[in-house]
Design a protein around this ligand. Structure first.
Ligand code: PLP
Length: 440
């Protein structure tokens, strides 16, 4: 909204970012941004450095960061243990184009943390692991179709994109259904599905549309009854809220699990972990018609392996997860108290990734992991008010994912959270005053 007071104030305190944005729009067709979640009117800040829970922009503004590398940084920015490991490895070589001990250690750590990981395979990012899960399931079952849950996010490539009928997609083998066991059974009973994919925690970053644990517990038996591989996408949840991932919270054992984000310790990585009989397709001894040739220049490169190992070793006792969970819970408690006091229709819920619901309160949620509405449009919607809040928060030194997600790390502090709640309160007051949101 060019010309309005907030936008002009933001531009005044972000002139260098403005200059970089002007250059960027001549380079990046996506409104000058390199991911759609980084598009904002007039522009998001251009960051120069980050440490712990904070990051700083080219104009010297400081932010408490809740984007946290899109969820990759459970240990905050530039954790000394990870920095040391990466610095040492960079001097020893970043790519041997060969086997090395670090990849073995990295894979063994995953196996030790996630009991369903009988075998592990590395990739460059999370969606590659998902694509391979689909490929392996097709080989294993001899079927083609993919069953997914509505709004569950698995990447941008054809078979994992959201929505599955996005422009340019030719794959017609994806069916999405709501979280409904009867519908799941109806589809699975056709015995046409190779794979049932389930986003760990629930749709959008581990639970914006949360999964009920009892519902999840029914899925493996249901999938197996009809010969379908059950896959869990733990790209976000892998090692975030618990050492063994979301599956360990629920007490289930997926056939295949995708990892990403945290597994790479802040460098780009993906991993697929799961049943050895399904993953046997990678072996050169498997007959050709059941075999997968797994290539990938960056698979388990030594540099990423070093960051992954340093991170997994650091978090395998569960203490960083406990700290992030506890801070997120503190954020929800303080934030929800503030929203109630102000009479604003809003609710913070989730686990170590806390989601901010802004919309009609249809009922009192059963617990702090669920939203106060079952209407999926209310729950996932990003409207103008939301983007406005994003700018209000940035202007107050708080960086979130679309003003929707507060991604906590073990390096945030209660002081950070207190500042955040007061900035959120201030931003909401300003929005009421300017008429972009209303009180209940
Ligand atoms: C649940 C989930 N799966 C897969 C992906 C894709 O991972 P990547 O961006 O590493 O390919 C994401 C990315 O945010 C995700 O949230």
């Amino acid at each position: 909204m060019a010309g309005d007071a907030l936008t002009e104030a933001y531009k005044k305190t972000h002139p260098r970012s403005g200059e970089l944005h002007e250059r960027a729009i001549n380079v990046f067709a996506g409104d000058g941004a390199t991911s759609f979640v980084r598009i904002l009117d007039p522009y998001r800040p251009y960051i120069t450095h980050a440490r712990g829970s904070k990051k700083w922009d080219a104009d010297g503004n400081e932010y408490i960061d809740y984007v946290m590398g899109h969820g990759a940084l459970l240990l905050g920015h530039s954790h000394p243990t990870v920095v040391k490991a990466v610095q040492e490895q960079v001097a020893r070589g970043v790519h041997y184009g060969d086997n090395h001990e670090l990849e073995v250690e990295w894979g063994e750590l995953i196996k030790s943390m996630m009991p369903s990981a009988e075998r592990v395979e590395f990739f460059s990012c999370g969606q590659e692991s998902n694509l391979m899960a689909i490929r392996l399931s097709r080989i294993f079952t001899g079927r083609k179709k993919i069953l997914r849950f509505v709004e569950n996010f698995h990447g941008w490539a054809d078979e994992v994109a959201l929505p599955p009928d996005s422009p340019g997609i030719t794959s017609r083998e994806v069916k999405t259904i709501p979280y409904d066991l009867n519908q799941a059974e109806k589809e699975l009973a056709t015995e046409e599905y190779a794979i049932l994919m389930t986003e760990g925690g629930g749709a959008h970053m581990s639970g914006q549309v949360p999964l009920d644990f009892d519902f999840v517990r029914e899925l493996p038996a249901l999938a197996h009854k009809y010969g379908t591989v059950w896959h869990m996408d733990e790209v976000v949840t892998g090692f975030r809220d618990a050492v063994g991932g979301f599956q360990s919270l629920v007490g289930v054992r997926p056939d295949l699990s995708s990892l990403g984000k945290i597994v790479g310790g802040g460098l780009g990585a993906g991993a697929l972990a799961g049943r050895s009989d399904i993953m046997q397709a990678f072996s050169s001894r498997t007959p050709g018609e059941k075999q997968v040739l797994h290539s990938g220049t960056w698979n388990a490169n030594p540099l990423t392996s070093s960051a992954g190992i340093a991170t997994l070793k650091y978090i395998q006792d569960g203490k960083p997860q406990a700290k992030a969970n506890q801070l997120a819970s503190y954020l929800r408690k303080q934030g929800n108290g503030m929203l109630k006091d102000k009479g604003i229709n809003g609710w913070l819920y989730g686990r170590s990734i806390t989601h901010f619901y802004l919309g009609p309160i249809e009922f009192e949620p059963a617990d702090e992991t669920s939203p106060p509405s079952n209407d999926i449009n209310n729950v996932v919607g990003i409207d103008r008010a939301r983007l406005r809040l994003d700018l209000h928060l940035l202007n107050r030194g708080i960086s979130t994912l679309l003003a929707r997600m507060f991604i906590l790390s073990s390096e945030h502090t209660e002081k950070d959270v207190d500042k955040t709640v007061s900035a959120l309160a201030d931003a909401l007051d300003a929005m009421i005053a300017e008429g972009s949101i209303k009180k209940a």
